[in-house]
Design a protein around this ligand. Sequence first.
Ligand code: FES
Length: 173
Amino acid sequence: MSGGKRKKKEAASTAGGKRGEDVQERLKPVFGKFRGGEEELIPVLQAVQAELGFLPDEAMREIARFTRVPESRVYRVASFYAQFRFKPIGRRHILVCRGTACHVRGAPKVLEEIERLLNIREGETTEDMEYTLETVACIGACGLSPCLMIDRKVEGKLTTKKLEAIFKKDAGK
Ligand code: FES
């Protein structure tokens, strides 16, 4: 599918019995590595996210039960840390650098161009779940600015042409 035809993905998770059971099954071995105490809340959140890719409502309920922390607090704690996400992410994860060096060399244009190519906005995922587009402070490759990371690989000295080539190549995969 070409980038321009991609549509944004709005909804996150839908609650459902079957899905709840699936989550429970997948979390059994994850919880097996912990004792189930309140002090383990953050490591448990991290381990669950590593297993599921994000933290759906069903998992948050299970975490609350397992750690014996009220669900509202589990949400509060998870929301406090940027590392936790409540929506599934795409197969390919794009992080556009918005650090100073990249900013002065055109990061806002880069972001705009990717939004145009994928037809999504920052923070969204394409409907086909191929790409999630996010920004990040500095990816430590300032000499290559403006740059981005796609699946942890840095692409630097970005131009409109280069971006088109990157996403065209990806679309053909
Ligand atoms: S500012 Fe973009 S890599 Fe450092």
